[in-house]
Write a protein that binds this ligand. Structure first.
Ligand SMILES: O=C[C@H](O)[C@@H](O)CC(=O)C(=O)O
Length: 272
């Protein structure tokens, strides 16, 4: 099943209740064993989905929203496994993903998912050409450490597909892991007017939450986000958060270009 999500422009924040904000910007309940559950974002036509295979292989379904026979008929795909090892099968070839490993799948391939205990998070964007499928183990990526000795924003970025690495049409994605006792992601914050970004939070467990900030720098709002929930950052919105426990998140972007550094920094002192 793939549902459709329209967010809003910045004016949509005026008078928005907690429920309004959650209805627009938070995607919940993607991970249900035995199902292919997705949300189609109007923003940059990104599809996010969750797949929990359990005892049976799962193929993408509910594709009437896309109007194509295959999920990747006109799309590219990023996959990150959030749990036990499992396989993504691409045109008959299995790719094994351990915890937080990534896979890029080029346009035109047929995918299915296998592995009891695996929990696959999918992000897809439209694609105009085919780039090779590649497995990106977390250990194989040069980590980018953000050191914050006095503050609480120490973390390590693992860039899986981005402008400086493996080619893609518009998709960029990776994983960021917070240092022990650090809480802040994406500090200092930024916006990127030429793309949409989605964050999936993981590693929090059932009893903890991330307080995620969205909105324009001078007009922020917050969402309280739980394990395996996704937050949408339209091109006009910043995105940053602080967790009540250690966590990681999968970030993914799509839009006008694949230049990872094409962003507009926001000064912390300008936040309102
Ligand atoms: O545009 C870049 C994305 O927001 C993330 O890569 C940022 C991030 O993981 C972090 O700073 O913690």
């Amino acid at each position: 099943m793939i549902s459709v999500r329209q967010t809003t422009g910045p004016d949509g924040l005026i008078g928005a209740s907690t429920g309004d904000l959650r209805d627009k910007f938070l995607v919940q309940d993607l991970f249900v064993e035995g199902e292919f559950r997705g949300t189609y974002l109007a923003d940059d036509r990104i599809v996010v989905a969750g797949v929990v295979p359990g005892d049976h292989d799962i193929e993408p379904s509910g594709l009437d929203v896309l109007g194509t026979d295959l999920l990747l008929e006109r799309r590219e795909l990023g996959v990150v496994n959030l749990a036990e090892p499992g396989d993504v099968i691409v045109d008959g070839t299995p790719y094994r993903l351990g915890p937080l490993d990534g896979l890029y799948v080029g346009r035109g391939s047929k995918v299915s998912f296998r592995g009891k205990g695996a929990r696959f998070y999918l992000v897809s964007a439209t694609a105009h050409e085919t780039h090779p499928t590649v497995l990106i183990a977390r250990d194989s990526v040069a980590p980018v450490s953000i050191v914050d000795e006095l503050g609480a924003g120490g973390r390590t970025l693992y860039r899986y597909v981005w402008g400086g690495g493996h080619g893609s049409c518009q998709l960029q994605f990776g994983v960021t892991v917070l240092d022990l006792k650090s809480v802040w992601n994406t500090l200092p914050p930024h916006r990127h007017s030429r793309r949409t970004e989605v964050y999936l939070y993981t590693g929090l467990g059932p009893d903890h939450r991330v307080v995620h900030l969205l909105g324009e720098p001078n007009n922020t709002r917050h969402l309280i986000v739980a394990e395996e929930e996704v937050v949408i950052a339209p091109s006009w919105s910043l995105h940053m958060g602080a967790g009540t426990a250690p966590y990681s998140f999968v970030w993914a972007m799509a839009g006008e270009n694949t230049d990872y550094t094409d962003l507009e920094p926001v000064k912390i002192s300008d936040l309102r």
